[in-house]
Design a protein around this ligand. Structure first.
Ligand code: C5P
Length: 232
């Protein structure tokens, strides 16, 4: 799969999502469906967005005992999405179980990514609350390496960490990076951000972009600008 822009469809209902996707008459952008929308609308929203021809990243961030995650992944494997994810903190055994569950009888499966440390977790909280020593960067690299050893395809990380992950895990290991803003755009609650052009330079394979596109006056133009900066 080649480098692409994924739109985070962080809407609360199917109506709002379809109204947004209907704006795109010429292209079928890659779409990320997160917990809010999935819990509101269930698997039907995934089937409909796939029926409309969009590639889908189902961002449900599974984290449970290996057996439960394996069975949940088996269910998700029937949804015909392109990408799913889980928390690397669930251990290598959980990631291996997820991979087994996700692999269909014919051997095909969606791309499986691991979330390393959420970008909302500060180093201080990682130390004080999670009792993980060292730097966030060390933790991200270690989790990425565990994910690679478990056979996963890549990680979700900050664009600022993508280069480091590639160095540790190899350039084929995918990095999917949120925290993208246009140079002149509103930052909002994101902290460690970069532009689409810079994300390309640091080695992101996919950028996840939400509000800079969904809240833009002209979302289609904002999407095209992202694609232009990131792919060309
Ligand atoms: O609107 P914005 O561009 O900030 O949206 C980014 C998307 O990426 C949101 O759906 C958010 O939940 C997700 N995300 C993130 N940071 C992570 C993992 C996911 O911003 N570490």
């Amino acid at each position: 799969m080649k480098r692409d822009v994924i739109i985070a469809c962080d809407f609360a209902s199917a109506e709002a999502t379809y109204a947004f996707l209907d704006l795109f008459t010429e292209e079928k952008p890659f779409v990320k469906i997160g917990m809010e929308l999935y819990y509101a609308e269930g698997p039907a929203i995934v089937r409909e967005i796939r029926r409309r021809g969009h590639p889908v990243f189902l961002d449900l961030k599974l984290h449970d005992i290996p057996n439960t995650v394996e069975k949940a992944m088996r269910v998700l494997s029937r949804l015909d999405v392109q990408m799913v994810n889980l928390h690397a903190a669930g251990t290598k055994a959980m990631m291996e179980a997820a991979l087994r569950g996700l692999t269909r009888e014919d051997g095909t499966r969606p791309i499986l990514l691991a979330v390393t440390q959420l970008t909302s977790t500060s180093e201080e909280r990682m130390h004080d609350e999670l009792l993980i020593r060292g730097s966030i960067a060390d933790c991200v690299c270690h989790y990425a390496w565990m994910a690679k050893e478990a056979g996963l395809d890549g990680v979700v990380c900050s664009p600022l960490e993508a280069g480091m992950v590639k160095e540790k895990c190899g350039k084929e290991f995918l990095t999917v990076t949120p925290g993208i803003r246009f140079a002149d755009g509103v930052v909002g609650d994101q902290v460690r951000i970069t532009t689409p052009a810079r994300a390309k330079e640091t080695g992101s394979d996919f950028i996840v972009v939400g509000r800079p596109i969904t809240a833009a006056e002209d979302p289609v133009a904002a999407y095209r600008q992202c694609v232009k900066e990131f792919r060309e």
